[in-house]
Write a protein that binds this ligand. Structure first.
Ligand code: THU
Length: 140
């Protein structure tokens, strides 16, 4: 069964779906551009329609211009007209990566119940959500 089909079948978001999304994030990290930190991150964002948008961290010689994998994935999805997100997985072969504060705020814009899947590897996956990761986030 394709990952997309698994996601659509398991509307309540199963562990199988989390595993699959995490694997996609890890695969995406191969395209990470991280010559300065050498910390390669991939993200896989699942939309309500069952599509997956991936993202990687893109670093820059002017360090502050760096964009994290999570935001790359979100912006890519939004650019494609998607705004309803079910879950995002974040993975790195270089260590466990919880989304940074800025990425939590960006995710929060699109839903407090978006699941966040993080882990050191496929055997140690943790599922949390935006509400837990960013209590009392900024809202206009
Ligand atoms: N980074 C991400 O892409 N996502 C995270 O969740 C944590 C940090 C990136 C930013 C930078 O390119 C590198 O990891 C080291 O901070």
């Amino acid at each position: 069964m394709k990952a997309k089909d698994i996601f659509i079948k398991n509307k309540d978001f199963s562990m199988e779906a989390a595993d699959s999304l995490f694997a996609m994030a890890l695969k995406a990290s191969e395209n990470s551009y991280a010559p300065y930190s050498n910390f390669h991150v991939g993200a896989a964002l699942l939309t309500a329609e069952g599509e997956v948008f991936t993202g990687v961290n893109v670093e820059n010689a002017s360090y502050g211009a760096t964009v994290c994998a999570e935001r790359t994935a979100v912006f890519s999805a939004v650019a494609a007209g998607k705004r309803k997100f079910v879950a995002i997985a974040v993975a790195s072969p270089d260590g466990k990566a919880y989304p940074c504060g800025m990425c939590r705020q960006v995710l929060s814009e699109f839903g407090k119940d978006i699941k966040i899947i993080v882990g050191l590897d496929a055997e140690s996956i943790e599922i949390t959500d935006v509400a837990e990761m960013l209590p009392k986030g900024f809202e206009l």
